[in-house]
Design a protein. Structure first.
Length: 302
């Protein structure tokens, strides 16, 4: 049942109680952190709503009228209940902020999340943080099922029921062993890459989905030739370095190996391998509390 429009708001009732307690509109205004004209305006509005004067102004201060004293008596229970409601909401927020579950795809979890975690711990040192790492499909499922408050994915393909925003950009690169014939070349053609058996992540991987989508957009009808399928980026890097075959991985994941020379990355002509990394959360539910802070940190330029 909706409240009558004659019911005053809590701020006006709380101010009335303060005026009666402190004996002065000016002292009550100061206690509430507002100017005296604002306090007077709030009391006048209260009187307009109830239809009777609630205060008598004298040279010594302000005191309640008979009607004002009665309204104040009723208002005290209302304000006390509102205070309990506010305290209860604070408790719920504290419980919400005490723990954060994050789901992140492997590249994000290994190469970006640690930096974000440092910033989040500085902001919210009391928050306990749990990380679920998996491929992009597993991350999306964890968020949809409520097992994570926010997720981070590499895949451009998302299931229904999720909202997403770009938080960072990444580039996929072709990597080969130092002894591979491509290691002596500055670049290879996209059609040569398309006809080569590669080492892939498992189905559902954001890296794999991103690469296959780009290739099919460039070469309609193309299907991957899978030399080997592995479930971790580390395993793929080991297999590539051992000479089993080329792979396409995140530039973040192979930066150390490229710098050391254990892997080599020829450029691919005719193919744009830049991709977007996204934060995801349930449709219609914006991130709140520590999830909101983590999202803000993730969007900062590295």
């Amino acid at each position: 049942m909706p409240l009558s429009p004659r019911v005053p708001d809590l701020a006006a009732l709380d101010l009335l109680l303060s005026v009666i307690e402190l004996g002065s509109l000016g002292r009550a205004a100061k206690a509430h952190g507002i100017s005296q004209p604002s306090a007077s305006s709030r009391i006048r509005y209260l009187e307009q709503l109830v239809g009777v004067p609630v205060l008598e102004r004298t040279t010594l201060g302000s005191r309640p009228t008979a009607a004002g004293a009665l309204i104040a008596e009723w208002a005290r229970d209302v304000v006390d209940a509102a205070t309990r409601l506010d305290a209860g909401i604070d408790t719920l927020r504290a419980q919400r902020d005490s723990r954060l579950r994050v789901a992140a795809s492997q590249t994000v979890a290994e190469y970006l999340f640690p930096k974000w975690l440092v910033g989040l711990r500085a902001r919210m040192p009391e928050t306990s943080i749990a990380l679920i790492s998996g491929n992009s499909a597993e991350v999306a499922k964890a968020v949809l099922e409520g097992r994570a408050g926010i997720g981070f994915v590499e895949s451009p393909l998302l299931p229904p029921g999720l909202e997403s925003q770009v938080v960072a950009r990444d580039r996929l690169v072709v990597v080969v062993a130092a002894g591979h014939p491509w290691a002596r070349r500055a670049e290879i053609d996209v059609r040569e890459l398309a006809g080569t058996a590669l080492i892939y992540r498992e189905s559902g991987s954001g890296t794999r989905n991103s690469f296959e989508r780009v290739m099919r957009r460039q070469l309609p009808g193309w299907e991957p030739d899978v030399a080997l399928e592995l479930s971790s980026t580390t395993a793929i890097k080991t297999a590539v370095a051992a000479g089993i075959g080329p792979a396409v991985l995140s530039s973040l994941a192979v930066a150390t190996e490229l710098a050391e020379g254990s892997l080599v990355s020829p450029a691919v002509t005719g193919l744009d391998l830049e991709r977007q990394l996204r934060a995801v959360w349930p449709l219609g539910q914006q991130p709140t509390g520590p999830a909101r802070d983590l999202y803000a940190l993730a969007r900062r330029p590295v």
